[in-house]
Design a protein around this ligand. Structure first.
Ligand code: PEP
Ligand code: MN
Length: 356
């Protein structure tokens, strides 16, 4: 249920409505837009009427949200969500096309800094690299942990890129919050509900990847878990789903991009690296994703993919990454998006994390 306030509503009237909602045993969430201010009511609302809220001072109208995902839905917030980062001009979900690039895993300081230098020079504003890796085999490289996070923090300081890295559990998320700017929840954890709730209490934006065989509704419900705990900064990511196809690692579901944008205000990125699994297919799928309206890309890049400890076969060489950005420059104006390939400005101060 959405309580849309009159434009003349006072802060006291808003407070009274939130108190009433909480007293009824439900949760209230402010939904601020440029056109209207509303309060979303969540909880088990089956069989519940307006409980007299429609008659309270300051209330404009009550709208029932028909979808099971409430805060994620466009019904609750018609305007696109634009995710912003403290002390940075980078946005995800606005006019600018976002590029998150870097290796699959942080393997060493030298490997990470080498790749970071190249993708920053090409114009990437967000750097990725896993310090905690979800691997099919327990004997495969599991990531460098906190030592990897320290290397990522060095990348931020030296090259000015924002850091995106994956949390495989709550403990990793707590460590990541001290070093990174955005937390990734990987495909295998898309329905790890306790991790999603923990992400909802994180001060950092969350990059939520679609599960290996998740439906669109399951993806949006996973995002609802995060938002229902208070974190509004959620970015979705299509990374391919399992099908019978054996010509690619997964099947990139391009159609999910306009489908998400119809149902939700959240940004959606495309990951052509994990979707295809093969380097020579990454650029065509990156261009197709941009044409389909994605808000940006997550792309793996490695200077020596032959020796990469994970996902070498799908990692672009740095010169291919430069070529991809140049080709994107031709596609993006068609869909009214911009690409800024100026190298990011180096920042010395590490991001400050405020824990509530
Ligand atoms: C990754 O981004 O390196 C990764 C493991 O992705 P996914 O969860 O989509 O497989
Ligand atoms: Mn990977």
């Amino acid at each position: 249920m959405l309580v849309v306030m009159q434009s003349s509503a006072t802060p006291d009237e808003v407070r009274a409505i939130c108190e009433k909602i909480e007293a009824l045993g439900f949760q209230s969430h402010s939904v601020e837009g440029t056109q209207r201010y509303a309060i979303a009511v969540t909880g088990d609302l089956r069989g519940i009427d307006t409980c007299g809220i429609d008659e309270m001072p300051g209330v404009g109208e009550i709208i029932r949200i028909s979808k099971p995902y409430k805060l994620v839905s466009r019904e609750s917030k018609p305007e696109n969500t634009v995710v912003r980062f403290p002390n940075s001009e980078v946005t995800i979900g606005g006019e600018e096309f976002a590029i998150i690039a870097g290796p699959c895993s942080v393997e060493s300081r030298a490997q990470t800094l080498t790749i970071a230098e190249k993708v920053a020079a090409a114009g990437a504003k967000l750097f990725r690299g896993g310090a905690y890796k979800p691997r099919t085999s327990p004997y495969a490289f599991q990531g460098m942990g906190v030592d990897g996070l320290k290397i990522l923090a060095e990348v931020r300081d030296q090259f000015g890129m924002l850091i995106v890295t994956e949390a495989v559990d709550a403990e990793a998320m707590t460590a990541i919050e001290d070093y990174a700017d955005m937390v990734q929840i990987g495909a295998r954890n898309m329905q790890n509900f306790s991790l999603l709730k923990r992400a909802g209490r994180s001060p950092l934006p969350i990059l939520l990847k679609r599960g290996l065989s998740a439906t669109l509704e399951e993806l949006l419900m996973a995002a609802e878990y995060i938002m229902s705990e208070g974190n509004r900064n959620v970015v979705l990511c299509e990374r391919g789903v399992r099908t019978f196809a054996d010509h690619s690692r997964n099947t990139l579901d391009l159609c999910v991009i306009p489908a998400v944008q119809k149902l939700s205000h959240l940004p959606i990125l495309s990951d052509p690296s994990h979707a295809t699994g093969k380097r020579d297919r990454v650029i065509p799928m990156a261009l197709a994703s941009a044409a389909a309206g994605a808000n940006g890309l997550l792309v793996e890049v490695h200077h020596d993919p032959e020796h990469a400890l994970s996902d070498g076969a799908q990692s672009l060489f740095p010169n291919q990454f430069v070529a991809m950005l140049s080709q994107l420059g031709g596609v993006l104006p068609v869909v009214h998006r911009t690409l800024n390939t100026d190298p990011p400005k180096a920042r010395k101060a590490a991001a400050q994390v405020v824990r509530s």
